[in-house]
Design a protein around this ligand. Structure first.
Ligand code: ADP
Ligand code: MG
Length: 697
């Protein structure tokens, strides 16, 4: 149950004065509320993006050149525009030392004569500018009698808006919302509060919405950090509660020497990298422990994740267990099978492929159920009903971002709490790993295998297509293999395929048989044939849609051309580029864009040109997207978060996780329900589903 003391905060925003149905809708939009009416809570969490700081001027002779000012003066005269003139109304106000022109466009004279009567003393606040050396304020923020000074904020918060919503309306609503905010019990432990010098929750919100100085309104301020921490703490508590449930189904302690894996590795023509070895050892420790393994293996494209997975799969087979490797596409599943099956065979292990094409009902399924197959490699076909294992010990999921949590769960349900290894090449910044995967252990492959050369990336306009084709022709003649990625027209396989077919036709006129085609609409056998031809060719162009984005490994491909690069996400471009630079050849990537190129798009392509480091790219992407703040959208770069921002508060995540563990340990020890403070926290940040997982919500 929601603690009663939160009731005022969970009242609808429309219960505040001045919020009718129209404003309510705008508030829902600006605060990002998708379902149901916006609440007072949502207003409270809508933080200002900056503040206006007003300088109090005692004598007009000391007026600054420009800036926000407050001053008093006597209205000296009016200059009304001539009839039908577009000129503004001017009122001149002064204090004997200097004068300021107050300028009003489209204003009625009668109104100005009323608020600025000649000869009267008035208090004015607004943004001062100079025009022909004259001090001017266009449309002052405030005009009142000298005794109304209390109504002007020396520091006024400025809120992100949405079309149709006025700053004044939103500010007033938020002011009213603040008055409903009660003092809440503290959920942060006193030691942490003292160490970080954080204000309480209520004081923190007050400090941001009613700043005393402009400098306080930055994500690094103690108040903002405190609230970001609260939000992260709520999400970590929720994740731990969910995971706690998953872990209660204990895993099995596997026994093995690692000999099988070593046998396979010794057949490779190369040494494992240091980080591959480290990851393999970390996984071994997990497999041997009775706790269920939940590990994320993160490694930039080409860092050699497949071998780490293979080693783990070989390990569990020593103990009679089976392993499953799930890939997001059939092309990739086949490629894994082609790499793994021969290596596995050298250690006497049997690997088999399970894709939609093989289907159920054949001898393979029987062999799998009987435990005669050690390693099952496949697509989502692996979690069809008919697929049964004898003892599924390890599930490896490759390229995690293509699968949802749901699919992972389905596969994991096929064994008795099998250990789980999730591999991702989409570099998820450290700061986000915890938010998405909770307390999953993380292994990182930061090193690239020896001998790799950086990929040289260039950017060019698609108007130079003919030139590009000419250069590619020369390269193919020399025996180079080229990927040619076609524009992503829409989020639709068929239109993408059409674009690729079109380009393939054109390139076929130049390259003949050496122009190959690969897209998602082709029959599986045709895809295989195209990939096989590309692998075997001495010089070829593979025209493809993004089906090759994930994991395709043709080590001697050395050039990649990406059309309409401006339409791809940075992570996706990085994935695509990672298809080359896998061998020892010098490789290049050509990003073609269709002009005109916007500022953000240009910045994004520059990032690609300037670095090959997937982690740096992911961080840059986050920043660029964070700053590309569209009117009316949330500024937060983290989905599901309204206050915490990964680029500023990332380091608080570890702290939040530790604190969440501490809190849960306390709850366990006391054996009771969660104290009111913790429940309040979870409700405030919309993590209340987790409350039900606590013993007495
Ligand atoms: P990814 O991490 O992108 O999945 P892969 O596992 O496909 O990378 O490996 C990329 C390529 O690097 C493969 O051709 C693989 O055989 C090779 N490779 C993996 N580890 C090493 C290593 N330690 N030294 C040299 N080459 C390696
Ligand atoms: Mg891979």
């Amino acid at each position: 149950m929601r603690p009663a003391l939160l009731d005022p905060v969970f009242a609808e925003a429309s219960s505040l004065p001045g919020i009718g149905p129209k404003v309510e809708k705008l508030i829902a939009r600006v605060t990002g509320v998708a379902e149901g009416p916006p609440l007072i809570r949502d207003l409270l969490f809508h933080l200002p993006s900056s503040a206006i700081v007003r300088e109090r001027i005692e004598s007009l002779s000391e007026l600054p050149e420009s800036g926000h000012v407050i001053f008093e003066g006597v209205v000296e005269h009016h200059e009304a525009p001539r009839r039908n003139s577009r000129a503004p109304f001017r009122a001149v106000i002064g204090d004997g030392t200097e004068t300021v022109e107050l300028v009003f466009f489209h204003a009625r004279s009668s109104w100005i004569e009323k608020i600025l009567p000649i000869g009267e003393r008035r208090l004015v606040a607004g943004r001062l500018d100079r025009f022909d050396y004259r001090a001017q304020i266009a449309h002052p923020d405030f005009i009142g009698k000298p005794d109304e000074a209390g109504e002007i904020l020396a520091v006024e918060p400025v809120y992100p808006l949405t079309e149709g919503l006025a700053q004044r309306t939103l500010a007033k609503a938020i002011r009213a919302a603040l008055e409903k905010l009660p003092e809440l019990p503290e959920w942060v432990t006193p030691a942490l509060l003292a160490r970080e010098k954080w204000p309480g929750f209520r004081d923190a919100l007050m400090a941001l919405h009613m700043p005393q100085e402009g400098a306080a309104l930055v994500p690094e301020s103690p108040a903002w950090r405190r609230l970001a921490f609260d939000e992260l703490l709520a999400s970590q508590l929720a994740l731990l509660l969910v995971r706690g449930k998953a872990r209660k189904t204990a895993g099995k302690a596997r026994q093995f020497t690692g000999g099988q894996a070593e046998k396979m590795v010794s057949r490779l023509g190369f040494e494992l990298t240091g980080s591959q070895k480290q990851a393999i050892e970390a996984i071994r420790t997990d497999l041997r422990s009775p706790e269920r393994m939940l590990r994320l293996l993160q490694g930039d494209v080409g860092s050699g994740k497949t071998l780490v997975a293979l080693s783990a799969m070989a390990d569990v087979t020593e103990d009679g267990g089976q392993a499953a490797l799930m890939a997001p596409t059939e092309v990739l599943a086949r490629q894994h099978f082609a790499t793994i099956a021969p290596l596995a065979a050298t250690a006497g292990l049997k690997a088999e492929l399970f894709t939609g094409r093989e289907g159920g009902g054949n001898a393979k399924l029987a062999a799998l159920a009987a435990g005669e197959i050690d390693i099952a490699i496949g697509t989502h076909a692996l979690f069809q009903e008919a697929v049964r294992f004898k003892d599924l010990a390890l599930v490896v999921v490759d390229e995690q971002h293509r699968f949802g949590v749901h699919q992972r769960m389905l596969l994991a349900a096929k064994g008795a709490a099998p250990d789980l290894l999730v591999m991702t090449a989409t570099p998820i910044p450290r700061t986000l790993v915890l938010t998405y995967f909770g307390d999953m252990a993380v292994s990182e492959l930061r090193e690239k295998p020896a001998g790799r050369r950086p990929i040289e990336t260039r950017i060019a306009s698609s108007e130079r297509l003919a030139e590009v084709v000419e250069r590619i022709r020369a390269a193919v003649e020399k025996g180079e293999k080229v990927y040619w990625i076609c524009p992503l027209v829409e989020e639709s396989e068929s239109t993408d395929a059409a674009a690729a077919e079109e380009r393939h036709r054109e390139l076929s006129a130049i390259f003949g048989e050496k122009a190959l085609l690969l897209h998602g609409r082709m029959k599986p056998a045709e895809k295989d044939a195209a990939m096989a031809a590309f692998r075997a060719a001495a010089g070829a162009v593979l025209v493809a849609t993004t089906v090759i984005e994930v994991g395709v490994d043709v080590p001697d491909a050395s050039i990649i051309v990406i059309e309409h690069a401006e339409r791809f996400g940075l992570a996706q471009l990085h994935q695509l580029r990672g298809r080359v630079g896998r061998g020892e050849k010098a490789s290049s990537c050509l990003l073609l864009y269709k002009p005109p190129l916007g500022e953000t798009a240009r910045a994004r392509l520059k990032v690609m040109r300037d670095t090959n480091d997937g982690f740096a790219i992911a961080e840059a992407d986050l920043k660029l997207r964070g700053e590309g703040d569209l009117l009316g959208t949330r500024q937060s770069g983290m989905p599901g978060f309204s206050i915490a921002r990964p680029e500023f508060h990332g380091e608080l995540l570890e702290l939040a996780r530790a604190e969440a563990k501490l809190i849960l340990a306390h709850l366990e020890k006391d054996g009771g329900g969660a104290p009111e403070a913790v429940r309040a926290l979870l409700y405030l940040f919309g993590r209340d589903a987790a409350v039900r997982l606590m013993r007495s919500g």
